[in-house]
Design a protein around this ligand. Structure first.
Ligand code: ATP
Ligand code: MG
Ligand code: MG
Ligand code: MG
Length: 485
């Protein structure tokens, strides 16, 4: 069955509405009142308090298509973009939820019916995983649904492994969690990769499409697990991954929506090499950056704003690599609105602001980008056979040229050179100390703040508030003033 991304989103919401689920709108990418979370990373985030039994609503079944960003925090896919067929920084997660209502049996039955009945995926291409000790889920799959046992894989919690399957899902270091069962799709033997649980699973042949989590515990900071008041269900399926299958292609970047963005990016930078990896990165990044700005995040030097700044600068660098010789990134917002403005009307209403913020950020970075890249080339030449770029160079690029460390690492990745992270971190720490000492003497450095690196990314300590501009300046004027004017 062929479906566009929008048709698929609607079909999912409609199927679960018919099964008695309340359709709930996507929440913001900036989590409301949750300091444990950098960005919304799953459909369940907005329902966290319902799972914990701290909040009651008029419904106990819900369905949503949730915008998510995984570019920091526990779930971080920034480094995967451009390298795998299935990862984005921004994606939509389709999900159905039960708050103490149905549990394993119905969750599995609904998922199977949607995949094989509604959108008609061939059953023989589907594989499932269950938590290693979850005999109940295993039996439902094998006896009630009829999946052959050689396509059901038991998997434990793979702590520390970045890609390998992990059948115990946690939202972050704390919060609701539980064992899960996942559904994979076999894209065929012409693609490299092995079934879930095998050493080659990280290839892109067997791609995970849907995770059904049986929420049973609340994990506390000290690691203890407290049972939830009622067993619940939280599921998440990547809209782009299922669209990929239904459109008969292999990579998420080949679906209708991404092809349109890639085409727009190619035109904007002036290339005709549509398969170029950098175009995929740019097409990915225009989505996360635009949606983050629409949700009130502004580029800055700390917290959420710094993650946004890093993504914008990476996109700009990839554009430059493809030959862009003028500001291009903001011109892609038009194509994005065309693709997603109907599902997310706020994109259209916020469009002028998004374009302006992206343009200013690109202009600002463009002033130092070329010189920074030159410095980097010189440093690489000096490395000779070496494979680790010294921390001083990474720091200088950061401090003087506005290169976030991950951007420098991104440039080096294709050449098999890594950065001296510990050395860089030491220099950053020294800079923080200096700034602290200076402020102890009562000098106000905020007036002379340099956008390219006066403050370090300090994780969760200084989270930007939605709508609050923290530190984006142009010609001495904060951007919010420019936006207002
Ligand atoms: P993967 O193992 O492929 O990285 P995951 O196990 O980290 O995925 P979950 O946390 O289980 O993903 O999220 C539920 C679903 O959301 C996944 O099954 C997948 O369909 C989708 N998804 C997760 N991460 C991404 C991403 N970065 N881009 C697009 N879709 C994603
Ligand atoms: Mg992942
Ligand atoms: Mg996984
Ligand atoms: Mg998963």
């Amino acid at each position: 069955m062929r479906m566009t991304t929008s048709e698929l989103r609607n079909a999912f919401l409609e199927y679960f509405r018919q099964q008695g689920h309340q359709v709930v709108a996507s929440s913001s990418l900036v989590p409301h009142n949750d300091p444990t979370l950098l960005f919304t990373n799953a459909g369940m985030n907005q329902f966290k308090d319902l799972f914990l039994g701290l909040e009651q609503r008029a419904y106990n079944r819900a369905v949503s298509s949730q915008r998510c960003v995984r570019a920091g925090g526990k779930h971080n896919d920034l480094e995967n973009v451009g390298y795998t067929a299935r990862h984005h920084t921004f994606f939509e997660m389709l999900g159905n939820f039960s708050f103490g209502d149905y549990f394993k049996q119905d969750a599995i039955r609904f998922a199977w019916e949607f995949l094989t009945g509604v959108v008609k995926l061939p059953k023989e291409k589907l594989w499932v995983t269950v938590y290693e000790t979850d005999d109940e889920a295993f039996d439902i799959w094998s006896q009630e649904i009829g999946v052959p046992v050689d396509r059901i894989v038991r998997i434990g919690d793979n702590k520390g492994a970045q890609y390998a399957s992990d059948n115990f899902w946690t939202m972050g270091d704390t919060g609701p969690c539980g064992p899960c069962t996942e559904i994979f799709y076999d894209h065929g033997e012409h693609i490299w990769g092995g079934p879930p649980g095998s050493p080659e699973e990280d290839g892109d042949r067997y791609i995970e499409i849907w995770n059904l989590v049986f929420m049973q515990f609340n994990r506390h900071a000290d690691g203890t697990m407290e049972p939830l008041p009622k067993p619940s269900v939280d599921t998440g399926m990547g809209l782009e991954r299922i669209a990929t299958i239904l459109q008969g292609v292999h990579s998420n970047y080949e679906i209708d929506l991404f092809q349109a963005l890639i085409k727009a990016a190619a035109d904007a930078v002036g290339t005709s090499d549509l398969d170029n990896k950098s175009l995929r990165v740019i097409a990915d990044h225009i989505r996360s950056c635009s949606f983050l700005i629409a949700d009130g995040v502004m580029p800055s030097n700390e917290g959420r704003g710094y993650v946004l700044r890093r993504i914008i600068r990476r996109a700009v660098r990839h554009g430059r690599k493809l030959g862009a010789d003028k500001t291009f990134f903001h011109t892609l917002v038009a194509a994005l609105c065309e693709q997603m403005g109907e599902a997310y009307p706020e994109l259209n209403t916020q469009r002028p602001i998004i374009e302006k913020v992206l343009r200013l950020e690109e202009e600002q970075f463009a002033r130092t980008l070329d010189r920074g890249l030159q410095l980097l080339e010189d440093a690489i030449a000096e490395l000779g056979e070496g494979t680790v770029l010294p921390g001083e160079v990474v720091f200088k690029l950061y401090d003087t040229y506005g290169f976030p460390a991950d951007l420098t690492a991104d440039v080096l990745r294709d050449r098999d050179i890594s950065i001296d992270e510990a050395g860089f971190e030491t220099l950053m720490q020294q800079q923080r100390e200096r700034a602290k000492e200076a402020s102890n003497f009562g000098v106000d450095y905020s007036k002379t703040i340099k956008v390219d690196g006066a403050t370090a990314f300090t994780g969760y300590e200084h989270l930007a508030q939605p709508g609050k501009v923290t530190a984006l300046f142009k010609d001495g004027e904060p951007v919010n003033a420019l936006i207002a004017g």
